[in-house]
Design a binder for this molecule. Structure first.
Ligand SMILES: C[S@@+](CC[C@H](N)C(=O)[O-])C[C@H]1O[C@@H](n2cnc3c(N)ncnc32)[C@H](O)[C@@H]1O
Length: 291
């Protein structure tokens, strides 16, 4: 299956990072390589370090970036950005991009367990080497832990009812597939509007499996140590929990005198992009500059 991930806000990314000849850039969420390719095409002699914890994504990125020189692709969590850069011999870089969240590869592949519409086993790991899966959370976490996660990461007001229904169902037999879980949630809460009732719970599980918010906090903390002066950090996030972390982390860095905030308010995709690529609609971009 060919998976296409259209890079979101690609022109804004190039502008945000002020790509220059011979610059060194880290695409810490290289994914299928869309933004990386644009960065390498933008100026001559650039070095690109592409990080992703998903080996399947890296395989596709490798193919897509074939033919460019000075490309290093590394399978790692982006919270380890500093050791990745230093391990390759770079202690300062000119720009860092974080286009966080999942890619089309996760949502459209048949064996990754991200989509509530699929028959896949509940998995949701971006990094297949990791032990924790959505199946383990659903079948092993205590009812209160499940409810807290669904409430905190899914902003789901029926979190307690959903957790109770999951625990009741798993007492009869373990909940194994995405469809099974979606059915349990659908029976526990009534459908409101067009959004599937499992949407928020699935988002919550994904965030817990991949420790997405901890990763985001850790990577932004590490950035000032590896950005050169006037180097830019550009973060694109896709839901309010993430955007709040980016906003508060930027503020904290600015308070410490390490960062100038370039975007007082987040940038969002233009109308045209939102029509052509509906999955860009929730994107918010924030940019900071190392002082
Ligand atoms: C929205 S996609 C990026 C798409 C990419 N910009 C492109 O143009 O194809 C996010 C990517 O970040 C990766 N990712 C998410 N969290 C990560 C983390 N903590 N460490 C490393 N990679 C991560 C995912 O595996 C996914 O491939």
């Amino acid at each position: 299956m060919e998976v296409v991930h259209v890079p979101v806000m690609h022109e804004e990314v190039l502008e945000a990072l002020k790509i220059k000849d011979n610059g060194i850039y880290i695409d810490a969420t290289v994914g299928l390589g869309g933004h990386s390719k644009n960065i390498l095409n933008q100026a001559g002699g650039c070095t690109l370090i592409g990080i992703d914890r998903d080996d399947k994504a890296l395989e596709i990125a490798k193919e897509r970036l074939k033919g460019f020189e000075n490309v290093h692709l590394v399978r790692e969590s982006f919270s380890n950005i500093k050791s990745v850069a230093e391990g390759l011999g770079y202690d300062r870089v000119n720009g860092i991009l974080l286009d966080i969240g999942v890619s089309m590869l996760h949502l459209k592949s048949e064996d990754r367990g991200f989509s509530f519409l699929s028959d896949d086993l509940l998995d949701m790991r971006m990094d297949s080497r990791q032990d924790l899966t959505a199946e383990k959370i659903v079948n092993r976490y205590r009812e209160k832990e499940l409810a807290d996660i669904i409430w905190r990461y899914g902003d789901e007001r029926f979190s307690r009812r959903i957790a109770k229904a999951i625990v009741y169902a798993r007492q009869k037999k373990p909940v194994k597939s995405c469809k099974e879980l979606a059915g349990i949630i659908e029976r526990a809460v009534r459908r409101r509007g067009r959004i599937h009732p499992a949407t928020r719970s699935f988002q919550a599980l994904r965030i817990e499996v991949n420790k997405e918010l901890d990763e985001l906090t850790a990577v932004i903390d590490a950035v000032p140590d590896i950005l050169a002066r006037e180097g830019r950090l550009c973060v694109i996030s896709y839901h309010s929990l993430e955007d709040r972390i980016v906003k508060n982390s930027f503020k904290a860095l600015a308070k410490e005198g390490l960062f100038k905030i370039i975007t007082r308010k987040p940038l969002v995709p233009g109308r045209q992009e939102q029509i052509i690529n509906p999955s860009s609609r929730s994107a918010k971009m924030r940019i900071g500059e190392k002082i």
